[in-house]
Design a protein around this ligand. Structure first.
Ligand SMILES: CC(=O)N[C@H](C=O)[C@@H](O)[C@H](O)[C@H](O)COP(=O)(O)O
Length: 236
């Protein structure tokens, strides 16, 4: 797939970790089908079994990732060529990688990493960044899409708060800053709960928006509703 073929709109992140109630490729494939039925232009999927199941179930483009932790290392979203090659072998149209400034587990910088992917594989690269500087560096290194995925999650962008991070507001300022300085498509991702903030991201210059928890993590959707309802009940 070429970058100009990518439609603008909503990408639904269909992910569940082993400790989540909907963990399992069958569930994630059904989530992806639901996303496609609802008009999503693509999906974002973690792990090879889930990507394979989703590729069989839907025709819309897949952003594939592998969350792989390495000892004493922050980058965990598709952090080395090993995971990138595995994602590419599934036929996923796009691979998303950690494009923070933090050194990857194999010692590479983001710039080297993107260069190596582009020299070896015919796959679109989405750079998951946490700051404007990281976005510019990834774009200059050849990334096809720049996404705000890691904003609020890297050690230097994390904020102390009593509110669990998944219930915090998204960072709309970084979207405007990225769109202002970068000619590649900007993807708004990370706590974009529904269409309200998604539209604000588009107004701020985003090409598309990824929504995950707000659509595919029912325990977090429930928690968000319970928090609001219980806050009211405490006042009466
Ligand atoms: C930081 C990190 O590891 N983000 C992950 C990236 O793939 C996922 O856990 C998120 O669900 C995804 O980015 C979508 O975001 P949200 O679920 O907030 O709409």
């Amino acid at each position: 797939m070429r970058i100009h073929e990518l439609k603008r709109g909503l990408f639904v992140s269909c992910q569940a970790q082993p400790d989540e109630p909907l963990f399992g490729s069958e569930y994630m494939a059904r989530m992806a089908v639901a996303a496609e039925m609802g008009g999503a232009v693509g999906v974002r999927v973690n792990t090879i079994p889930d990507i394979v199941a989703v590729k069989q179930a839907v025709a819309i483009p897949v952003i594939g990732i592998i969350k792989q932790e390495y000892p004493d290392c922050y980058p965990y979203i598709t952090p080395t060529m090993k995971e990138v090659r595995e994602v590419a072998a599934t036929g996923a149209e796009i691979v998303a990688i950690d494009a923070s400034k933090l050194t990857k587990p194999d010692g590479k910088t983001t710039e080297q990493f993107i260069h190596d992917i582009k020299s070896e594989l015919d796959i679109l690269v989405m750079a998951d960044v946490s700051t404007l500087e990281e976005g510019i560096a990834a774009w200059k290194a050849g990334a096809d899409l720049i996404s705000s995925t890691l904003c609020g999650y890297t050690p230097y962008t994390r904020k102390e708060s009593n509110v669990p991070i998944e219930l915090q507001e998204p960072n709309l300022e970084i979207i405007a800053a990225l769109a202002d300085k970068i000619a590649a498509p900007i993807v708004a991702e990370g706590r974009f709960w529904d269409y309200r903030n998604a539209v604000k991201a588009l107004e701020n210059g985003a090409h598309s928006v990824v929504i995950g928890a707000g659509i595919t993590r029912p325990q977090i959707i429930t928690l968000k509703n319970v928090t609001q309802i219980n806050a009211y009940l405490q006042t009466v």
